[in-house]
Write a protein that binds this ligand. Structure first.
Ligand code: ANZ
Length: 804
């Protein structure tokens, strides 16, 4: 009989389930630890080995922390509303509710096969009415505070998906989902005023333990810029052109202005002569994505309007152009151009023969834009000043002359919070005859999503719900006829606060009990894919801050520490997927090698954050390691080896054990799972060579292994005679005395060169060491007959001798 995961694993999974082994007592007196996976959207293709990687990492931490005496909250649920789920349903021709439930069941089954220690009693999906009732409640609070509003906005309209998309659902002008073309179109939309929180979203990043790259992406998305708005008069017009610049100090070098093609002034100031060219250019620009406009083509196309503005400091007329590298969605949609010191302006001026003036010394502006700090030249009263002083002085001048002011701008836009789709949370608003929005009363929540037969997008920009007369038509409080809002919330609504609900999933009075929330938040460790680095993290941080302001949430940052697992590539080094037919199904691996081998393999592949390719030989290796563990304990007949006994352990066995405890303990704490496993492998090799395997050595090892390979650990533990599961057994502690190396090697340096090495006991006294050193043959050869100037011992490190 050999190690057989196919019988061991289901048995322990049943045991855990029957005993509610992972149930969290939210009110426990123990210290709390909340470890959370980014909950998956249950796609039709099932669990992926990439999911398993992150979930195994978090599961190891959950199990480790339980053994460290923490009450651990480790929940799982489903991000099940939204476009992906709905698209899948449409492709399959099944109602999204049916297909989503089926996918959820499949996911849950697969997760259970890998033996994750979730508290399944807390499971919910964002599409459960008991849950989205509170998502709707949060929306109503946002509405009440003026943070949810309707506005005519230029939105990303995707005709193929029949809905608007958020900016991060659009990649290179195509929809993230399905890669369909996306166009910019003005539409009346529900928006959330996330921009109101821009500064706090930036500041909060200083207080959380996130990867630097993620922080950088968040900062970039928020895009805070300090600068000035400046006013340029337009020749022969009442209109005044407002530009935004981060370098007002360069204004003496502003030799032309550029308007975004969508700027409202374009229609007014363009002269007859240039009208045709401008119209044609505007049409062209409308078809381009922002990315295309601001990428490498920036500054390479544009048209003259025929109009002129007056540079406020030089008082010179400058041409006004239209070019698509200026975006209407940022700043004022108009800029002053300083070709000497801005690369895009330089490209533009060079292409169209516009004047370039050097106002910062340090480069050659006829060859390239010089983007350094100065000092200023050709700038009258700014000459000689550096960048910061120049900016300050120019802003003072603008203010004094009433032609500008200091301003902080953000690239972050308000969050488009409506989808013209079926599969989402209904927005709890009723419009009256005048189109005025009225909030649904708290007591009438949830506004449940009706079961409709036609859930396909209409393509008209109207949600499928709009045609459901019996759902849409409701009475307002004053008895008048009203119409429900037919748009639904975007997919990222439900995922913006789910971590709070896991703490108190059944509460029907509040979204989460405040005392429990205070005990459990923030999430101690959040694990998930880097693809959520911007959208989801920004949205959930925003909602947390909002709930904090409401007094509903005790913290204003939801996640104390974030770790992104690296992608697992196919064995060919390419992204796993249908395209290359290189996907690995974790359920197949469980069937062939066992869940513990899958877990050990995925954790041994490399550091959790790193991208790494799948390897079947690596997987075999993980299985062999577990076979070897099994064989340390049991013979061919599955009987405990006679040498696994109660004898007192030898010093060398104790030493390997305590080194292993120390390493696995620290590595588990710091999520260095691969090196923890290496150390366990060293242990298995060393102990395998020894003549006795005393329980005092072997049992602690089983406990160390348990978070990593929980089924085999439980099985061995039981066979060693323990009746209790080891799940809450305390984690072994390393004895520091046993970690000290007892023999050390000390180099002896004589006049700057190492001449000898001494093997001595680690706790040797300096006098004894000196005697030993001086008696050493090679040392004697150098010091004999000479005067000793220096003898110094750096404990544990080196002896330095100087002779003359
Ligand atoms: C003059 C200038 C001179 C500028 C110079 C830069 C360097 P960030 O840092 O991203 O905030 N700008 C302003 N609004 C714009 C828009 N809607 N579309 C495209 N570009 C826009 O960038 C701010 C700078 O980008 C602004 O400062 C403006 O160019 C340009 F040596 O003004 B600057």
């Amino acid at each position: 009989m050999a190690y057989d995961p196919s019988t061991i694993e289901p048995r322990w999974q049943k045991h855990w389930e029957a005993n509610d082994s992972f149930r969290t007592d939210t009110d426990s007196e123990r210290p709390s630890y909340y470890v959370l996976d980014m909950f998956p959207y249950p796609s039709g293709s099932g669990l992926h080995v990439g999911h398993v990687e992150g979930y195994t990492g978090s599961d190891i931490v959950a199990r480790y922390k339980r053994m460290k005496g923490f009450e651990v909250l480790h929940p799982m649920g489903w991000d099940a509303f939204g476009l992906p789920a709905e698209q899948y349903a449409i492709e399959q021709g099944v109602h999204p509710e049916v297909s989503t439930k089926a996918n959820v069941d499949a996911f849950r089954k697969q997760l259970k096969l890998v033996g994750f220690s979730y508290d399944w009693d807390r499971e919910f999906g964002t599409y459960d009415a008991d849950y989205y009732r509170w998502t709707q409640w949060i929306f109503l609070k946002l509405f009440e505070k003026g943070l949810a509003y309707q506005s005519e906005a230029l939105v990303n309209w995707c005709p193929a998906l029949g809905t608007v998309l958020a900016n991060d659902e659009v990649i290179d002008g195509k929809s993230e989902r399905g890669s369909h073309p996306v166009e910019r179109k003005p539409m009346k939309q529900w928006m959330l005023r996330i921009t109101e929180y821009a500064d706090r979203l930036l500041e909060g990043l200083e207080r959380v333990d996130f990867p630097e790259s993620i922080k950088a992406m968040q900062r970039d998305r928020i895009g805070r810029s300090e600068g000035a708005d400046a006013t340029f008069a337009i020749v022969d017009h009442e209109l005044k052109l407002e530009v935004f610049t981060t370098r007002p100090d360069t204004m003496f070098g502003a030799t032309f202005c550029v308007l975004s093609p969508e700027h409202s002034f374009v229609g007014h100031i363009t002269t007859a002569e240039y009208q045709k060219a401008v119209d044609a250019y505007r049409k062209e620009a409308a078809a381009k994505s922002e990315i295309a406009r601001t990428g490498t083509e920036a500054g390479k196309s544009g048209v003259f309007t025929g109009a002129f503005a007056i540079n406020p400091v030089t008082k010179q007329p400058v041409q006004i152009w239209v070019a698509d590298y200026v975006l209407m969605s940022y700043g004022t949609g108009a800029i002053m151009c300083v070709p000497g010191h801005d690369e895009r302006d330089w490209a533009f001026a060079t292409k169209f023969g516009l004047p370039i003036v050097e106002v910062l010394k340090g480069g050659k502006v006829d060859e390239a834009a010089f983007t350094g700090d100065g000092p200023h030249v050709n700038s009258d009263w700014l000459n000689g000043l550096g960048k910061e002083d120049g900016i300050a002085k120019m802003i003072d001048w603008l203010v004094e002359n009433k032609v500008g002011q200091r301003i902080v701008r953000y690239r972050l836009r308000d969050w488009i919070f409506a989808r013209q789709r079926y599969w989402g949370e209904p927005i709890p608003i009723v419009h009256d005859a005048d189109g005025k929005p009225h909030p649904v009363a708290d007591g009438d929540l949830p506004v449940t999503l009706p079961r409709v037969e036609n859930y396909q997008p209409t393509g008209t920009g109207e949600s499928p719900l709009a045609s459901m007369a019996e759902w849409i038509e409701v009475d307002l409080e004053n008895g008048a006829q009203g119409q429900r809002e037919a748009d639904t919330m975007p997919g990222s609504a439900g995922s913006s606060w789910y971590f709070m609900r896991f703490i108190d999933p059944e509460n029907s009075q509040v979204l989460c009990d405040p005392i429990r929330a205070a005990k459990w938040l923030p999430v101690d460790l959040y694990l998930g894919g880097a693809e959520h680095a911007v959208g989801h993290l920004l949205y959930s941080r925003f909602w947390t801050k909002f709930l904090y302001d409401l007094g509903v949430c005790p913290v204003d940052e939801p996640f104390a520490k974030l770790v992104n697992q690296g992608m697992i590539l196919g064995n060919d080094g390419r992204k796993m997927g249908k395209r290359f037919d290189n996907s690995v199904d974790p359920s197949d691996v469980v069937a062939s090698h066992g869940a513990d081998a899958l877990r050990i393999y995925e954790m041994f592949m490399g550091p959790i954050e790193q991208e790494k390719p799948w390897s079947d030989t690596g997987l075999d290796g993980a299985r062999r390691f577990l076979n070897r563990v099994w064989r340390l304990f049991f013979d061919e007949d599955d009987q405990l080896h006679a040498i696994v006994d109660d004898s007192a352990p030898e010093a060398n066995a104790l030493k390997v054990l305590h080194q292993t405890i120390d390493k696995v303990d620290r590595d588990s704490e710091n999520l260095r799972f691969n090196t923890a496993i290496s150390q366990m492998m060293i242990f298995v090799n060393e102990i395998g060579k020894m003549e006795r395997r005393p329980r005092a050595i072997m049992e602690p090892f089983v406990l160390l292994l348990a978070p990593y390979a929980p089924h085999i650990a439980e099985e061995i533990w039981r066979r060693l005679g323990h009746q209790e599961s080891l799940i809450r057994h305390s984690f072994p502690a390393a004895d520091p005395a046993l970690l000290i190396e007892d023999e050390i090697e000390i180099p002896v340096q004589i006049n700057g060169k190492v001449r000898a090495k001494l093997k001595v006991s680690a706790d040797i006294e300096e006098d004894a060491l000196k005697a030993l050193a001086l008696a050493h043959e090679r040392v004697q050869a150098y010091v004999e007959g000479k005067e000793m100037k220096v003898f110094r011992y750096i404990p544990g490190r080196m002896i330095t001798i100087a002779v003359k």
